[in-house]
Design a protein around this ligand. Sequence first.
Ligand SMILES: Cc1cc2nc3c(=O)[nH]c(=O)nc-3n(C[C@H](O)[C@H](O)[C@H](O)COP(=O)(O)OP(=O)(O)OC[C@H]3O[C@@H](n4cnc5c(N)ncnc54)[C@H](O)[C@@H]3O)c2cc1C
Length: 358
Amino acid sequence: MEVDAAIVGAGPAGCAAAIRLAQAGASVVLFRRMEAFGPKPGEVISSLARETLSELGLLQSFDTLGFPVLAGSISAWDEHLPTSRDGIVDPYGFGAIVDRHRFEDWLIASARQMGVSIQCSGRNLDVKPDRKGWRIETSDRETAVISPVVVEATGRSSGLLGKGRRVGTDSLVAILQYGRQDDVADQRMLVEASAHGWWYAVPLPDNKAVIAFLTDADLLKKSAGSQRVFVEDELARTSLLREFSAQLISRDYVCGYPANSSIRECINGSTWVAIGDAAATYDPLSGQGISTALAKGASIGRLLASGDKLSACLDAYADAERQSFSAHLQTQRATYSRAAPRFNSPFWTRRTVLDSSH
Ligand SMILES: Cc1cc2nc3c(=O)[nH]c(=O)nc-3n(C[C@H](O)[C@H](O)[C@H](O)COP(=O)(O)OP(=O)(O)OC[C@H]3O[C@@H](n4cnc5c(N)ncnc54)[C@H](O)[C@@H]3O)c2cc1C
């Protein structure tokens, strides 16, 4: 199969890129990997995503999925009393709380409807330079694709092209607990700072709920048993989160996920580019991973469809990613600095010390 663009990874970034390119009339193949069963963290979609969904022609269809709206947030962060923000004042409309697997299945189905060819990649893909750009083959040799450009949207995985090395600016990890609630009266997200990290909690579709504790990998104790004690001790010292967790009927722990901020040393070549989390990962505190991944997918789709010189488009994209990452680090430092005076602990002090290398 010869196509105009091959995209590897069918998360929000890869799907948005595929859909935007297909809209412009390009032939596109999207390689997806069947996800392991189990939750995928990241259920809150900021209202900013509505703009990109609208550009992709998907806003109406998204609204018919019937995901609960994000009614707002309550945050106990700095020294002041908890502050609440009503979603009704959001200029883009309400955000949404999604079942992540259902959301991504819908994105993939939308791409297919737009004419994108969806291929299962299995465990590995073989990607080699070819006379016409790249030859991508699945490990079972069932599918071979020739494409002048490869968009790598493989999330936090080590990736396929270029040097996968990332520069991490911290070692944040998330410990997740999924529970059930009897009655969900309040669809707001809670955010709270505590001595060794910070927390978020949100009610999920189907009477489920998630509580996440974000801390540094080295601050977690070594054995699984003592890790749980560490997390429970910390939870006991919170206010909003303790109250929320007390309402849950059950709570199941899920092992930690990396959640640190990082950027790939090499984001692009002259005929390939990494986008979304594959290019740079952002602290979940920003709350915009999914909306940003969608926006970046749409933007690379727009650039590739522009007909401008390919290598110049990819260089410009990578420059913009580096700028957005350094702006993120500044905002991140300012946000953590607001809570830091409340706690005299390594988690907070290391986040307020200036690191001139980034
Ligand atoms: C704990 C935690 C909580 C978060 N909470 C939120 C939140 O509430 N709201 C929010 O907006 N963001 C949140 N985020 C961030 C958000 O999940 C990511 O920023 C977003 O998923 C990035 O999208 P992506 O498409 O770049 O990557 P991903 O969503 O990771 O998608 C990449 C896809 O590529 C696939 N893949 C990898 N390798 C291959 C291969 N070789 N072949 C084919 N496919 C491949 C993967 O299986 C995956 O499906 C959170 C992150 C963490 C860690």
